[in-house]
Design a protein around this ligand. Structure first.
Ligand code: PLP
Length: 398
């Protein structure tokens, strides 16, 4: 019998982190591995944010912070939500955390009882369903494909709702597909939520600034369901601050207070220095974000044109984030030069790592086995070389 809890034995290892680890192991052997497996901007944190952290140290912001974050940071977040998203929140509705990942996990733990159902459109970010499992909830998936740009319809949403449904959770722009829901599409989903007042909505907006089709639209902008939306955001992608671990949620007062309580018994307030730097990041605005977005827009074109040329790969043009999620199922059943069969997306990702030395992630861990995820947060040169190697490796399958 295992000494470990059922809770942890039932948890899967994060596939994105696993592929990154395997890639690093190959690289440590001196192999030139191109990593397209991580969800991380390949930019450095802006200079003024780093300066603010140094200043915070000199000013001795080195002690415990309030559990939901410094009031100045929560105020800066309220202002951001108002100015950029047209949303009115009070400071008491904001809880700062150790990354959007913690906010997601906290929100699920504060809302889900054992057996409650959580509707998750596939493909979804790897951790969503595992977080639901940890909370002893039941994930209910709505499957989508590349033919609908991986977006669900109001009919599909309504068909998935049962008396046990407590939550719906999604990201737009989406990781892993880059899909972005338009205002009209969100509105059609809101019409369904209006009919089911027991259903809460987690809206993960961590990629809001990496959107190639226009202004970011938040489902929290719809007044009729506003109190039931738990908005999740953070600093990792917008300000290239993945290692700083700084995120937040905005929600109804009672839900925010519950998250504060949970955090108070687990992690307490996140790193004081990261929080002080976060205030400056928000105050200084979006210039560096917009620069990043321009680079991502250029690379999106580059990868799209190269992917389209690879026989057997079916792709769409994602509208946001920095990922492609092409359909690679035409390779299933084929064999590599050593005679090993490619059965699924995990096999294909492993084949690409070992044969082409390009790290990607199999779609199975995002809930859609027919695809792989490629991150284009890499230099133009690396992307060109990676796509050349992928094309060559795939041509060897027969
Ligand atoms: N949500 C999505 C959709 C993500 O892709 C990520 C990071 O990859 C996160 C949340 C977590 O962000 P953070 O670094 O703020 O924990």
């Amino acid at each position: 019998p295992s000494i470990l809890s059922d809770r942890i034995n039932n948890l899967s290892e994060s596939a994105t982190l696993k592929m990154t680890k395997l890639g690093r192991e190959l690289a440590a052997k001196g192999i030139n591995v191109i990593s397209l497996s991580v969800g991380e901007p390949d930019f450095n944190t802006p200079e003024h944010v780093k300066q603010a952290a140094k200043q915070a140290l000199d000013d001795n912001y080195t002690r415990y912070s309030p559990v939901p974050g410094y009031p100045e940071l929560r105020k800066a977040i309220v202002k951001k939500l108002k100015d950029e998203n047209g949303l009115d929140y009070d400071v008491s509705q904001i809880v700062v955390s150790t990354g959007a990942k913690q906010s997601l996990s906290n929100a699920i733990l504060t809302l889900i009882n054992p057996g409650d159902e959580v509707i998750i459109p596939t493909p979804y970010w790897v951790s969503y369903s595992e977080m639901v499992t940890l909370a002893e909830g039941q994930s209910v998936f709505i499957h989508t494909t590349i033919d609908s740009d991986f977006k669900i319809t109001p009919e599909e949403l309504e068909a998935a709702i049962t008396p046990r449904t407590k939550l719906f959770m999604f990201s737009s722009p989406c990781n892993p597909t880059g899909s972005v829901y338009s205002r009209a599409e969100l509105e059609s989903l809101v019409r369904v939520f209006e009919k089911y007042p027991q259903v809460y909505i987690i809206s993960d907006e961590i990629y809001e600034h990496i959107n190639f089709i226009g202004k970011h639209e938040s489902i929290a902008q719809f007044e009729s369901i506003r109190d039931r939306v738990i908005l999740i955001n953070g600093f990792s992608k917008a300000f290239a601050m993945t290692g700083w671990r700084l995120g937040y949620l905005a929600a109804d007062k009672a839900i925010a207070a519950a998250n504060d309580k949970l955090q108070g018994q687990t992690t307490s307030g996140t790193c004081s220095i990261a929080q002080r730097a976060g205030i400056v990041a928000l105050e200084q605005g979006l210039d560096t974000v917009l620069e990043m977005k321009e680079a991502f827009a250029r690379r999106r074109e580059l990868v799209y044109n190269l992917l389209k040329e690879i026989p057997g790969v079916k792709t769409n043009l994602p509208q946001g984030a920095f990922y492609f999620f092409p359909d690679i199922s035409s390779f299933f059943g084929k064999k590599d030069p050593q005679g090993n069969a490619i059965k699924d997306s995990a096999d294909l990702a492993l084949y690409l790592l070992n044969e082409a030395h390009v790290a990607t992630v199999g779609g199975d861990s995002f809930g859609n086995n027919n695809y792989i995820r490629l991150s284009y947060a890499a230099s133009d040169e690396s992307l060109k070389e990676a796509l050349r190697r992928i094309k060559e490796a795939l041509a060897k399958l027969g």
